[in-house]
Ligand binder design. Structure first.
Ligand code: DQA
Length: 140
């Protein structure tokens, strides 16, 4: 099973960004632990601060991979383009957020991505990504 994690803007700063909200682990360290937990899954990850690069990444894997775990970060709440890309592809997408966006500012309560996803996992810290991997492995 091939799953990619696609992370949007500012998530390259995990570990040093607003630690009270996003924790103190870098994504690279977390990713290595995650891959060890799921040796049966071929996991990869991509991060960009650029909207178009995220769309390119979604298109590149979106007809061949088994799953996309997408944290579009701030673009979640603004990007029609990323929402359209998720709608255009055939690979199922699980939207994740580290924080509980519904417990934060109102502008974070909207997602242009959610309507075309398999589901959303949010508010569990970096564990949100792990739960998303599990959701792809679960038979339903
Ligand atoms: C986030 C939540 C977004 O509102 C925010 O812009 C982020 C991170 C999260 O994972 O909690 O950058 O997607």
């Amino acid at each position: 099973m091939k799953i990619i994690i696609i992370n949007g803007p500012n998530l390259n700063l995990l570990g040093k960004r607003e630690n009270d909200i996003y924790g103190d682990e870098t994504f690279q360290d977390f990713f290595e632990r995650l891959q060890e937990k799921f040796p049966q899954v071929s996991l990869s990850h991509f991060q960009s601060n650029v909207e178009g690069e995220l769309i390119n990444a979604i298109q590149e894997v979106g007809f061949s991979y088994d799953g996309i775990i997408l944290n579009a970060a701030a673009y979640t709440h603004t990007s029609v383009g990323i929402g359209d890309a998720v709608k255009a592809i055939t690979t199922p997408v699980v939207e994740v957020h580290i924080s509980n966006t519904f417990a934060r500012e109102e502008y974070r309560h909207t997602s242009y991505i959610a309507p075309n996803t398999k589901g959303i996992i949010l508010g569990f810290g970096l564990q949100s990504y792990e739960l998303a991997v599990q959701s792809f492995l679960a038979k339903n």
